[in-house]
Design a protein around this ligand. Structure first.
Ligand SMILES: Cc1cc2nc3c(=O)[nH]c(=O)nc-3n(C[C@H](O)[C@H](O)[C@H](O)COP(=O)(O)O)c2cc1C
Length: 161
């Protein structure tokens, strides 16, 4: 069974989780990278990022060099921006043409309870969502515990495939 972890990360939290998941279940990994990343620091980055997320912007990504049709399970991760997934995922979803795939969802957030998973499920209609898990700023809070949770969840997701 071929697995791939697909993720976007701005500050590294989602990357931490994505890398640990990939290592645990021996999955390939694909980081979505924006051609033009938000350059602002501090509060202004929240403003621009949140605006882009709310407006469902589709920023240009560097080319995706993996053929996702070749995978049986996609584990997709994103930070939460303005209660939803980051704009990089918008672009990814708009170009993704997979159906009947098994998919597991993960996200990192700062403590908010958005509709991120509902929205991701909607964007991925036609596929089978196996499960979802969220992490609160794992680089800053309970890092080892969160890594452990991520590993256990990843094993659980692959067990059912
Ligand atoms: C533009 C922007 C918007 C954000 N909006 C939210 C939010 O609505 N709710 C929340 O709990 N955290 C929010 N956060 C915090 C991030 O989701 C959180 O810090 C996450 O762990 C970052 O993941 P990353 O390091 O992979 O980028 C936001 C962060 C940014 C940069």
């Amino acid at each position: 069974m071929k697995k791939i972890v697909v993720f976007y990360s701005f500050d590294g939290n989602t990357r931490l989780i994505a890398e640990n998941i990939a290592k645990t279940v021996d999955a390939d990994i694909l980081e979505l990278r924006l051609k033009e990343e938000i350059r602002s620091k501090g509060f202004i980055k929240y403003f621009w990022g949140a605006w882009a997320a709310i407006k469902k912007r589709t920023p240009e990504l560097f080319p995706i060099e993996k053929d996702l049709q070749n995978y049986d399970l996609l584990l997709i991760g994103t930070p939460m921006w303005a209660g939803t997934y980051a704009p990089a995922l918008n672009t990814f979803f708009s170009t993704l043409s997979v159906s009947n795939k098994k998919i597991a969802l993960f996200c990192c957030h700062g403590g908010g309870r958005g509709k991120i998973f509902e929205e991701m499920r909607k964007a991925l209609e036609g596929n089978q969502i196996l499960g979802e898990i969220d992490f609160r700023d794992p680089l800053k809070r309970n890092k080892e515990k969160n890594i452990q949770r991520a590993k256990e969840w990843a094993k659980e997701m692959t067990k059912t495939v």
